[in-house]
Design a protein around this ligand. Structure first.
Ligand SMILES: *[C@@H]1O[C@H](CO)[C@@H](O)[C@H](O)[C@H]1NC(C)=O
Length: 270
């Protein structure tokens, strides 16, 4: 009898703990959302701080002939606007898409080209399924810093740069799945930036002269910013990298499978 009661009691405590954790996560997520709401609001009205806007004519090279760009997610939302700008400037763009058949690939190609005012470049759509790569954003930032160190260590950072960025909160199809967007479908237009504006930091990071030879950085609104303190933690980054290499080892050449950054110099965010 007592044992039964105790078991029920413990189950209840466990459930409450779990629910409390869920509520906590919910609150954290929504406060992060609230912070970005302020960022987006400020971008529209510039009440609190000045925001750098990209001028695609002034801030980017006018002619991208001879450049090749491989883009994932380049067929919709923010990526579509990146593709459009690159093609108009004469770049050879390869969009990696999850579609498989030749027919579907042609359809994606047509849809992209219908958004391009004047195609001065070349567009290819390749099949590449990344849907099973469920990496979180924090991990992507940490990978960026680790990869940058690797590039730096191999003395190639002059030619090869690795950066990451937050495009801002843009109204893309992603938001169709958020509950309050379904209730107030016109609200995102007033709260968020357009997908075209979301493309600004992507283009700036890849193409601005000011970003030449600069790697291992995190950008928001066309400016280098600090990412969270957690993302700079050496030992956590090393752990993430090692685990990843371990998991990928069946597909990697033998030589890659070495624990990297065994003696990391302290990584500073200069
Ligand atoms: C980094 O993370 C480790 C392990 O979690 C922790 O012990 C250490 O204090 C952290 N370092 C910094 C600089 O925050």
């Amino acid at each position: 009898m007592l044992a039964k009661f105790l078991a029920a009691f413990l189950t209840l405590v466990y459930r409450i703990r779990q629910e409390a954790f869920n509520v906590w996560c919910f609150l954290c997520l929504y406060s992060l959302g609230a912070v970005y709401m302020i960022v987006e609001f400020n971008r529209k009205w510039e009440l609190f701080w000045r925001v750098v806007h990209l001028d695609v004519h002034k801030d980017l090279p006018s002619n991208l002939n001879g450049f090749v760009c491989v883009l994932t997610g380049g067929s919709r939302g923010i990526g579509l606007h990146v593709t459009k700008t690159l093609l108009e400037k004469g770049c050879h763009v390869i969009v990696a898409s999850s579609v498989k058949t030749g027919e579907a690939i042609e359809r994606v190609k047509k849809r992209i080209l219908s958004k391009v005012d004047q195609n001065n470049g070349k567009l290819e759509v390749w099949h590449l399924d990344l849907s099973s790569m469920d990496s979180s954003k924090l991990a992507q930032i940490m990978f960026t810093y680790s990869l940058h160190e690797l590039v730096k260590a191999s003395k190639q950072s002059e030619y090869l740069t690795v950066n990451c960025l937050h495009p801002g909160v843009a109204q893309t199809e992603l938001y169709e799945h958020v509950w309050w967007v379904n209730w107030f479908p016109t609200l995102p237009k007033h709260l968020f930036r357009s997908a075209e504006e979301g493309a600004e930091t992507v283009l700036y990071t890849a193409l601005s002269e000011k970003m030449e030879s600069i790697g291992g950085k995190y950008l928001e609104d066309c400016e280098i910013k600090h990412s969270s303190a957690y993302s700079y933690n050496d030992s956590k980054r090393t752990l993430l990298w090692r685990k990843t290499i371990e998991m990928l080892s069946p597909w990697l050449p033998e030589s890659t499978y070495v624990p990297l950054f065994t003696d990391t110099q302290h990584f500073t965010n200069e």
